[in-house]
Design a protein around this ligand. Sequence first.
Ligand code: ZN
Length: 238
Amino acid sequence: MTACADTSALVLFSGGQDSATCLAWALSRFDRVETIGFHYGQRHHVEMTARLAVREAMAEAFPARAERLGPDRVVDISGYGDLAESALTREAEIGFSEDGLPTTFVPGRNLVFLTVASALAARRAIPVLVGGMCQTDYSGYPDCREETIAAQSRALTLGLGREMRVETPLMHLTKAETWALAHALGGDRLVDLIVEQSHTCYLGDHETGHDWGYGCGTCPACELRAKGWAEWRAGAGS
Ligand code: ZN
């Protein structure tokens, strides 16, 4: 038995609103937090820039938690992206495909991310992976379901021969509740930072500003983020 307690975590970190909130959540709970990102042939480099911007801004805004923030690692799995053709990895219309899944769905993406992340975590004796998977707003994504993640956690634990717990703090939250969680974790400072630095827009627009952050305002990711923001503000303002 290893002496390692659950004091460290590896956050699957894309630089979006969800994973930025997950990073703040992990920093509030674990003594040491590392991040991992994936290059899988995304069309938009802006995501990769946002990752570093969020990490830096968080370290600056919360110096006490910054001490817990360990290294970042980006793994190139663009070969997988080539296989998993979808609207995120090639020019195609964002909508719904014949099987009813959003065309932005990269098949099995989260399973691949968790597997690759677990290899790094095992090497670094980190027993916990943290991911922003959420089944509330993403009914079209079967690899975001709690049951999928629980099964994957068990498969990783068995396959690696060591505990690999997967924590998904956003699993049952709406987008409004994700904003509320960020506020509970770090107040306006954290919310402002996520608005300003995180990137969610499927079209890679990080120029057009809104109350809720940057984005085209019309793609499904922007709509979800804007709707959640409006709902949270309506509730938070009362
Ligand atoms: Zn957008």
